[in-house]
Ligand binder design. Structure first.
Ligand code: 5AD
Ligand code: SF4
Length: 468
């Protein structure tokens, strides 16, 4: 029988990328092979994101195309998984293109659902009926165990090529920022037992992984109680970095509320824990922060960043911002610009506010900042962020930095003739992107390179002639 082909489309965050790679890993063990072309696929898996409306719209436009593909290939099966699957359930299943709908808590069921759907023309739905059950409820505990087993079994995925692995430290979110749909589609916070995380990390390091990134929507809330002992993120970072042979350990994403400085202490004292913090402020206006239910003021956030820099002087800080939140005035926006100028981010993502169904802000607040203003504020904030990183990156000029090489850059032929090697891309411990020409065999290894040129988002280094 010819090998069955699977085409994957993954939207959204790092958590989704991890989920996608687990599903692909599991299907790979059943003999499926990945294909880049949906036309050649027997199964298409779409892993979806609900955080902003345009991510959902892109999924619908893809589904429109897959509906058309099904006309010429009636045996094609389409599975929609992830946050939209949980949010829309039956509504998505009713779409002509869709055969399977499975939520994030049902990830482990996806291979079996695909196997069933290959044998019939029925529609298959598996989502959580009540997503916000207490973390201690039997349903949540049972789902967590199943997901843990699935993750441990199928984490041998394509991200090995780059010598880095993503490991979930926790699932879900309890913060209920008023604009955010995550708590409604990913459920309550559940931290994984440290043993499960360590076992998985050890297995991956034994397979050649150099860097582990611990994942969680608010990873600094990680807390696992075992008898008398309670493990926090700082403990976990220490334990993971003790694994023999591991290079670097990172974690994303942090919430500025209740951020425990012991995390910064570990960063300062343990050279394996990368000095990098992705810690979204979302706004610099206290009024807006309150309306967002973020639980801190701009001054408290700035204080925390000052503390971070005092404890870890070379820390790289990254963030997220939402512009055009309901009621955001020019003055509120200027407060955000001020905060950006004060904190000096390594980089920050900026999003235009998008009302999400059933969230507090969608139900109670009018989306009253026009799109044109949202667009202007978005562009302005990006400009300021870029100006600052252009200035700050100049400090790297002439310096040698250590990078973990990820592989060929997007333009591998650049300067190839001159240097005799393709252009490679790597990242520093602070997550700065560095491109340089060097042998492809450096992929997945650490290398020291000298910075010769800088830009807001990229550092350029001198060619590395050999792997020695
Ligand atoms: N509209 C715009 N941006 C949003 N984010 C989350 N929800 C929304 C929304 N409704 C942004 C936040 C978050 C990032 C992942 O997405 O900045 O940190
Ligand atoms: Fe959403 Fe806030 Fe939770 Fe982040 S912390 S996932 S923005 S609710």
């Amino acid at each position: 029988m010819p090998t069955r082909k699977i085409h994957l489309k993954s939207f959204g965050c790092q958590m989704n990328k991890l989920d996608s790679s687990l599903v692909v890993g599991a299907l790979g063990e059943q003999g499926y092979e990945l294909t880049d072309t949906p036309e050649a696929a027997d199964v298409i898996v779409v892993n979806t994101c609900s955080v902003r409306e345009n991510a959902e719209n892109r999924v619908f436009s893809n589904l429109g195309h897959f509906k058309y593909l099904k006309k010429s290939n009636p045996n094609l099966r389409v599975a929609v998984i992830g946050c939209m699957a949980q949010r829309l359930g039956d509504e998505l299943l009713a779409h002509e293109a869709v055969d399977i709908v499975a939520g994030p808590a049902q990830l482990h069921e996806v291979p079996a659902l695909i196997a069933e759907a290959m044998g019939d023309h029925d529609k298959h739905l598996s989502v959580s009926e009540k997503i916000r059950q207490p973390a201690a409820s039997q349903q949540v505990i049972t789902d967590s165990h199943k997901l843990d087993d699935f993750e441990l079994a199928h984490d041998t995925d394509a991200n090995h090529i780059k010598s880095q692995a993503f490991i979930r430290a926790m699932r879900g979110c309890n913060n209920f920022c008023t604009y955010c749909i995550v708590p409604f589609v990913r459920g309550p916070e559940v931290s994984r037992p440290p043993e499960a995380i360590l076992k998985q990390a050890k297995k991956l390091v034994d397979q050649g992984i150099q860097q582990v990134t611990l994942l969680g929507q608010t990873v600094n809330s990680y807390q696992y109680k075992a008898g008398e002992k309670s493990y926090r993120l700082a403990d976990l970072l220490g334990q993971v970095s003790d694994i023999g042979g591991i290079g670097w350990v990172r974690f994303i994403t942090s919430h500025p509320g209740r951020f425990d400085t012991s995390i910064l202490q570990v960063m300062a004292s343990n050279p394996k824990v990368c000095p990098y913090l992705h810690i979204p402020a979302q706004s610099g206006s206290d009024r807006i922060l309150k309306a967002m239910n973020r639980g801190y003021t701009a001054a408290e956030y700035i204080d925390l960043m000052d503390t971070a820099r005092a404890i870890v002087p070379d820390i790289a800080i990254a963030g997220d911002f939402i512009v055009g939140f309901p009621g955001e005035t020019d003055e509120d926006f200027e407060a955000t610009v001020d905060l950006v100028r004060r904190v000096r981010y390594k980089n920050a993502f900026v999003f235009k506010y998008s009302p999400r169904p059933d969230t507090h802000s969608e139900k109670k607040l009018e989306d009253n900042v026009g799109d044109e203003i949202k667009q202007q504020r978005n562009a302005k904030l990006l400009e300021v962020i870029s100006e600052i990183s252009a200035e700050d990156n100049e400090r790297f000029l002439g310096k040698e930095v250590e990078v973990l090489v990820e592989g060929l850059s997007k333009k591998p032929h650049l300067n190839q003739e001159k240097s005799g090697h393709p252009q490679l891309i790597g990242r520093t411990a602070g997550d700065y992107i560095v491109v340089f020409n060097g042998p492809k065999s450096l992929t997945g290894r650490f290398a020291n390179v000298k910075i010769t040129q800088t830009a807001p988002l990229t550092l350029f280094a001198a060619p590395r002639p050999s792997t020695a």
